[in-house]
Design a protein around this ligand. Structure first.
Ligand SMILES: [Fe+2]
Length: 453
């Protein structure tokens, strides 16, 4: 069942569908018919093409949109490096310097920050790769409380997958407006300019910036043509523009450095657009969860909402996976996740409630955990004890809860801020979770085990 309690106001209207061609015009007749770039676009608008893939990308990968706007995006002064010395910014500068460590890490809930806006509210936790080489990703904790002024932001480095944990994001993009609340996500593809305000006070959340490729829906294979995240439930903004000839700044994230350029008009002047490269949002409550109805449980890939594939078939640079409320009905089965070591790195966050695979209060909303490549993990001792002896009736887990995972085939480094500066990393996570595990092995012959009788 969808969990979003809000209705969409008239201020925000949406198209349905993701990965498909869409078109929208805020003024009737602003979209040219039959051609993309007429000599004289309707109403004296300029035509601008926004490419999300190489011109020659295969047809099934090709992403582009045509914009019809009052002035082209190129009409601005030169970009200058943005001076961030007046606040705590944890954006990486240049190449990311990361701690590469095998230890399991868990973080207590990250703090709010009422004093910064969207652009200054990213706290780098970790990542891999390099935006200049279009490889890898970065993960940020978002904490901000101030509305952006007459500023627009865009990243040339990657697509932003935004996962609010608390609060409401009012996102004005070049292609229209998005209202995004906790338990919803949105994706702003690289290059698209946007401005974020917080109509319900300070916000907190998580962001994955994808340097390589774009997110797409996973293949469904034997599941068939429906299930998981359905195409029609992704919402795409309709065209919305403003005529504003006051002073604006455009802030650009370019190879992990921020730049700013001034201009004498609003960047949000797109009157009409069409194409398949656009921002979108999705209510996680609409996810159609699939699971075992006999025994065992499937790999957590069954919970994938969006995936960003690598060149290697079936291996993702980034999967966005959720653990929504669901029923467990398997017979004769240890129902929590198995103990495992994974060739992928797993960064988890919690939007709300209690994650069903962990007991106690170590993993709380707005906190996080990282189980890196081949770092062993699984249920803590208490969860194992309880699940091993539980009566296996149909059981609803995760009520009022939503956990998620950013899972990557790349080894995830941890930033200095994530490891030390934020002071949220738990010192005793590994020790408290798994050291208490006891051997229950009983030799069938009652013989010696590890030298013990
Ligand atoms: Fe795992």
């Amino acid at each position: 069942m969808p969990t979003s309690k809000f209705s969409v106001s008239e201020k925000y209207s949406y198209l349905n569908g993701f990965g498909t061609y869409n078109e929208s015009e805020a003024v009737h007749g602003a979209l040219p018919i039959g051609m993309n770039s007429p000599q004289k676009p309707p109403y004296g608008l300029y035509t601008e093409k926004l490419s999300g893939t190489a011109f020659t990308a295969p047809r099934h990968e090709n992403q582009q949109s045509w914009l019809y706007r009052i002035l082209p995006a190129a009409m601005h002064e030169a970009f200058e490096t943005l001076d961030l010395s007046d606040h705590q910014s944890t954006l990486p500068t240049g190449a990311m310097k990361m701690h590469q460590i095998p230890n399991q890490i868990r973080w207590n809930p990250f703090d709010f920050n009422h004093d910064v806006d969207w652009v200054r509210g990213f706290n780098l936790v970790g990542g891999a790769g390099d935006p200049a080489m279009k490889s890898g990703f970065a993960i940020y904790v978002l904490a901000a409380g101030r509305d952006m002024g007459r500023e627009a932001f865009y990243s040339a480095d990657g697509d932003f997958l935004i996962v609010p944990q608390h609060g409401v994001l009012d996102i004005q993009t070049e292609l229209g407006r998005l209202l995004v609340r906790a338990n919803e996500i949105c994706v702003i593809p690289r290059g698209i300019r946007y401005r974020v305000t917080f109509p319900d006070g300070p916000v907190r959340g998580y962001i994955c910036e994808l340097y390589q490729g774009h997110f797409q829906l996973p293949e469904l294979g034997p599941i068939g043509s429906n299930g998981l995240a359905n195409t029609r439930d992704f919402q795409v903004p309709t065209a919305f523009f403003e005529e504003d000839e006051s002073s604006w700044n455009v802030i650009c994230k370019f190879n992990n450095t921020l730049f700013s350029a001034s201009q004498d008009h609003s960047p949000f002047d797109v009157v009409a657009w069409h194409g398949n490269y656009y921002p979108y949002k999705y209510d996680l409550g609409r996810f159609c969860t699939i699971g075992s109805v006999s025994y065992d449980h499937p790999d957590p890939s069954i919970f994938t909402v969006l995936t960003a594939p690598s060149e290697h078939l079936g291996t993702a640079i980034m999967d966005f996976v959720i653990f929504p409320p669901r029923w467990l009905v398997q017979e004769d089965t240890f129902r929590p996740p198995w103990y495992h070591r994974n060739v992928m790195s797993e960064f988890m966050g919690l939007i709300s409630g209690d994650y069903d695979a962990k007991t106690g209060d170590g993993f709380r909303p707005a906190g996080a955990s990282l189980h890196n490549i081949m770092s062993a993990h699984g249920p803590d001792a208490g969860t194992h004890q309880a699940a091993s002896q539980a009566k296996l009736e149909p059981q609803k887990v995760g009520s009022q809860s939503m956990a998620f995972m950013f899972e990557s085939c790349l080894m995830m480094g941890v930033s200095e801020w994530g490891l030390k500066t934020c002071q949220k990393a738990q010192r005793d996570y590994q020790k408290a979770s798994w050291v208490p595990l006891k051997s229950h092995f009983k030799h069938p012959d009652g013989g010696a085990v590890n030298g013990k009788q």
